[in-house]
Write a new protein. Sequence first.
Length: 715
Amino acid sequence: MSATVATTCPYCGVGCGVLAQVAVDGAVSVQGDVAHGSNHGRLCVKGAALGETVDLQGRLLHPKLRAEDGSFRRASWDEALDRVADGFRRIVDQHGPDAVALYVSGQLLTEDYYVANKLAKGYLGTANIDTNSRLCMSSAVAGHKRAFGEDVVPGCYEDLDQAELIVLVGSNTAWCHPVLFQRMVRAQENGARLVVIDPRFTATCESADLHLPVKPGTDVWLFNGLLSFLFQHGVMDVGFVDTHTDGLNATLATAAAEAGDYATVARICGVQLSDLLAFYRLFARHERVVSLFSQGVNQSSSGTDKVNSIINCHLLTGRIGRPGMGPFSITGQPNAMGGREVGGLANMLAAHMELHDPVHRDIVQSFWSSPHMAAQPGLKAVALFDAVLEGRVKALWIMGTNPVVSLPDADRARRALNACELVVCTDVIEHTDTNRHAHVLLPALAWGEKDGTVTSSERRLSRQRPFLPVPGEARADWRIICDVAQRLGFAEGFGFQSPHEIFIEHARLTAFRNHPPGNGDLPASPRQLNLSGLTSLTRQAYDSMRPVQWPVREDGSGTARLFAGGQFAHPDGRARFVATSGRAPANATDREYPLVLNTGRVRDHWHTMTRTGKSPRLAGHTSEPYVDMHPHDALRSGVRAGELASVHSRWGSMVARVRHGGGVLAGTVFVPIHWNDQFASDARVGGLVNPVVDPVSGEPEFKHTPVRVEPFPVR
Ligand code: SF4
C-alpha cells in the first residue's frame, strides 16, 4: 500500500475530506477523513466509490488535432500549443480581444481558475470567460452581492447542528449533498424541525416534518408572505434592522402588496393554507433558523429575486452571523466557490472585485502589471454561446466541461461549436459530445493526479492532492494555460512553476485589495474574502495545509461565521433588503406543450457520468434516462410506465423511459440531467430546456420548460 494521501472529493460542494491509498496492484481505496471539518469521516455512496472511477479507460492521454475529414491525429504538445496560441493571436489581431472566449468549469482547481482569468481579463483583454457554475449558482452570487455587498455565504455546516429549524428550499439534499443531509437528520434526532419546500416529493421530503409542494416558480410569493407575516406578528430584530440594514420599508410595501392575504399566497403557491401558516409559525417561533437553498431556487428566470426574498426574512429577524442561523446557499460543484474567489464569472474580477468598477480594474491591473485589462463585463454562458453562433466570438477554449450536454437549448450550443473557427477543448475524457467539435484536444490531469485547492459551500479551502502517476502526456490545467500564455508573449505574468506559486499570488491579491498602496480611499468596504494569513505559506506549508475557512486571519486561523458584528460589504457597511415581486416563469404551458419539465440529479451519478458511469454499483442505481410522470398525465399523453416516450419542447426532443412516481405534481415531469449521446441516443435533456435566463444573474431556467410527452415510436 502507498502512503495515505489526504485529499478532497471532486463531486459536490459539500467538499468532503477523503483519505486515498494505492495498493501494489494499482487499486485505489478511499475512506472519509475524520479530521476534515466538512464531513468528519463520512462519505456518500459517490464519494465511497471514487476508487472505482480512476482507471484510464476512455482517457485523453495525448494532444490531438482534428483533420479536415473530422478524424483526430496525435500531435506533440508543441504543435498543439502553437496551434492554440497562433489561432488566438490571429483572431485577436484581426477582430479584437472580444472575438475570443474561454468557457471553464467548477471542476477546475482554484489555481487553474486563477490563471485562466488572469490570461483572459488581464492579458488578452477580454472578460469573455465564463463558467459552467453560471448554470448552478450565479443567482446566489447575485443575491449575495445585492444583499451583503459581496458574494459571501455567512454561515457554516456547524450551524445545522445548532439549528432549531432547518428550511430546505429547492434542494433534494438527500441525493445531491448526502453528507450534509445526514447532518440534518442528526439535528432532527436532537430536536430540530425540517421543512422542505419543493414541487417534487423527493427522498429529502421523506424526512421532513413539513413538506410544502409549491407550484414551480412561486418561491418569491411564499417568502414575501413570510416577510409580511413576521412583520405583522412583531417577529423582528428592530435594533439589527435599524443599525445594520437599509430598504425595509420599500421591501415590506412590495411584499404586502402581494401577500397581505395569506389565502391568496397559498392559492398562488398551490399549497394548503394550513400548511403555509404552519411553516410561517415555525419560522416565527424559532430563533435558530437555517434556510438552505440550491438549484431549485437558483435555476430560474427570477432566481436572484428568489434568493433575496429568502435573505430578506433573515435580515428582518437579525438571524444571520450567529450560531445555528442564516441563509445558506449550497453549491453544486466542488469548486464553484473557489472559482468565484478568483473572478471565475464574466462579470467579476479576482478577490471579489467587480469588472464594472474602474477602481477595481485599476487595482487588479496594477497588482498584475498586466498589459490589456478587460474594459467591461464579458458574456455570460448562454450569451457567450449565442455570440459564437453569430460569429462574434471566433475562438473558444473549453476546459473541463461538456456544454453540448449541459447548456440549455443544447442543440444550439452544438451548432455554435460547428460554426466556430477555432474550438479548443482541454479535458480528461477523449470522447464527449463536446470534444467531437474540437479542432484541438489537450489532455488534462484528473482527480487523484492534480494538485491544488478547492473551496466548499461553507468557504472551507481544502487541498486536492495527487496520489496517482501522471498518465500519458496529460498536464495540469494551470500548466497548459501558462504554456499558451507564454506562447502569446506573456511570459512575465505566467512563469509559475507550481500551484503553490499561483495560490500565493491569489492570496496576496486578496490582501492587496484591502490595502492597495497609494490609494488612501480604499477600502471603504473591505472584502470578507481575505487570505492574509496564507500569503507567506512555504511550499511545504502549502503541501501540508489543513482545511480552513476564509477569511483567514494573519495568524492562519479561519472564520466560521461572518457578519456577526453587522458589518456588511456595501460602502456604508449596511446590508440591503431587496424588494422582490413574484414573476411567473418565462415560458407558460399551452395546449401544444401542456406539462412543465423539471430537471435535476439522481443519487448516484454526477454531471455527464464520465466518472460515475465507470462504477457498476453507481450505474446500478439508475441505469438509463427516464421521465417521471404523474399517472394522470401519462394516461392523457398515451404513454405507460416502463415504455419509451418522446419528450418534446419548442427547443428539442429526447427519448426516455416513462416512470410513474418520483413524487412529481400533476402537470409536471422530471428528467435527470446526466445522460448524453455517449450513453444513449437522443438522451440529452439539455436539448429540451428553454434558454431563458435570469436578467440579473444570467442563470438559465432549468426548472421550468413547457413540454409534451408522446409514445415512442409514435403509434
Ligand atoms: Fe463527495 Fe458530496 Fe458525497 Fe461528500 S457528499 S462524498 S463531497 S459527493
